[in-house]
Design a protein. Structure first.
Length: 250
């Protein structure tokens, strides 16, 4: 049976068809916009909605779980394994380590206030720990480290910088860099380490000085530190810029 195109039934069918098409089209546009919001843009390529989830997780950890009185588990020497070299960012193979120095920029200082040598750092109290070094990729290795607590370093070479919100560290060539929240930086097990498994650090493990921060994943444990700066704003972070969590806490 055919419908007269001029009839009221035909006109009603046409109206409903146009309305359905518009609703369907609007829904599709809204769906695409929602997908774009969830999957594009944001810091380090992480969309704002998902970055917000990471920020919420950080707040929960910092407010309910994190405490400087909470120490990570330590192990006996018999448990020590061989820590593999997982990356060499910032470890220039042609660098002359005899020329190495550490630039320190205290909180609210306009420029570096000191250039330190290993002899300066060796004057700090030595601290040793055997901890489980954890990689964000899912593996871990029990490892011995020795050096100076970052809290002791800060008190001597950047007094007052404990009041800063964050600390940033870079390799001498600035190819690799991390940002740390100050509570984690001042944790009693956070070290500026120059020894690993009873021996001086090897070049590929960050000689002459690396960070060991057991409350963070390995991506925060920067090797061959060339500069330390205390700041009120979050410093740039290599892996956060590539989609990983800035906090990266365990």
């Amino acid at each position: 049976m055919s419908i007269d195109p001029k009839s009221s039934a035909a006109r009603e069918l046409s109206r409903r068809t146009r309305r359905s098409f518009m609703v369907l089209g609007g829904g599709a546009v809204a769906g695409i916009a929602g997908w774009e919001a969830l999957t594009h843009g944001g810091e380090g390529g992480i969309p704002p909605a998902l970055r917000g989830v990471l920020g919420f997780n950080e707040k929960v950890i910092r407010s309910t779980l994190y405490s400087n009185s909470h120490l990570v588990k330590t192990y006996p020497p018999s448990a020590v394994g061989k820590l593999k070299v997982n990356a060499d960012y910032g470890l220039d193979p042609d660098a002359d380590l005899a020329d190495w120095c550490l630039e320190v920029t205290p909180w609210r200082a306009p420029a570096p206030a000191a250039k330190l040598t290993m002899a300066d750092l060796h004057g700090l109290p030595r601290y040793e720990e055997i901890i489980d070094f954890k990689c964000v990729e899912g593996w871990s290795t029990v490892t011995q480290f020795a050096g100076a607590r970052l809290s002791d370093f800060t008190a001597k070479f950047a007094p007052g910088s404990e009041e800063a919100a964050c600390v940033g560290m870079k390799t001498p060539d600035e190819e690799y860099y991390v940002g740390l929240d100050m509570p984690s930086a001042l944790h009693p097990q956070t070290l500026l380490a120059w020894e690993m498994n009873g021996k001086p650090l090897e070049s590929l493990h960050g000689a002459p000085l690396r960070l060991v921060i057991p409350v963070k994943y390995g991506i925060k444990n920067i090797k061959r530190i060339g500069s330390i700066e205390y700041t009120d704003t979050r410093p740039a972070d290599y892996w956060a810029e590539r989609g990983y969590d800035w906090y990266a806490g365990l």
